[in-house]
Design a protein around this ligand. Sequence first.
Ligand code: KG4
Ligand code: ZN
Length: 356
Amino acid sequence: MTNAADEKKVNKDLKNPVARILGIETSCDETAASVVENGREILSSAVASQADLHAQFGGIFPEVASRQHILAIYPIVDQALKEAHLRLADLDGIAVTRGPGLPGSLVVGINMAKGLVIGSGLPLLGINHLEGHLYSAWLREEGKGKKKEPKFPLLALLVSGGHTELILMKDHLVYERLGGTLDDAAGEAFDKVARLLDLGYPGGPAIQEAAEGGNPKAFDFPRAWLDDSYNFSFSGIKTAVLREVQQLEKQKSKLPIADLAASFQAAVVEVLIRKTILAAEEYKTKDILIAGGVSANRALREQISAQKKYRVHIPPLSLCTDNAAMIAGAGCYRFCAGQRNDLEMDAAPTWSISEL
Ligand code: KG4
Ligand code: ZN
């Protein structure tokens, strides 16, 4: 079999990138590998989550994460190739998350990718994890047919465990970062409040579930508008929940978990949506893209989708949280744009999207 890019020559038309890329992702607590064709078609996607392992610590334990990646990386890459019915020789390149993320976790994926590159002679592509999240919006789930694709310029809200960013995406691979969190990321706030309410880890899905049937207006938690700037702050709301819990415990009241979770979730979602809409209005974008782990949140998805003035793009649930299809997807675009990394490539644990 010949490479996809050989068949149609490497094209620089980023609307229709032609490439078959293996993606590897180990930036946090998921070991993942995937093969994606032409930036859109997922040929395979294997994810080994460590969430259960970290649950006992109430958060990610970096040493444990790296060791677990070492155990899982080979079988996961093998699984991704087998499920795609492909060998390395059938691919055009190997994309791997270079950052941002945990240094000890990133190097496991990077070293695996380098080993495969040495063995196969394929090009190496270092991918920014946040760019990967954005490109999850172009991926198609198997058997789900065509969907409307994002159009440029678009306003992207990237909400994950480590990041909360508003990004103006002017074209493929062209970004302007408008703002981000000054303290906790949105996902981090979900995780910390879940710990406070004894709901377990990861906190996002736990809060969402606990909030079902709760009254989102029961508690008026603070919204940090920050003069309507495009920056965010979520540490105040976390402290406000803590104070409320302490107060209730002092009165020996039973904690109204559903109301606390629903009110917290409502406050976070309101801020995320209002700032996204403000930015979309200022930059006159018709398309809004939401990506990252918190974009799996039902309240956020429903409320942003109700904004009929905009075409809203949110990846399917399986592609919101960390996966390697998004890295392979972004890798197809980077490959077609001519990016090639050498074997000196190091991890970039604090790599901002503004540096792209
Ligand atoms: O993108 P991601 O998988 O990893 C990072 O790049 O950080 O995001 C993980 C974050 C966690 O903080 C998790 O609590 C949050 O996404 N999350 C959610 C939901 N599912 C995951 N937050 C709110 N609602 C959810 N349903
Ligand atoms: Zn992520």
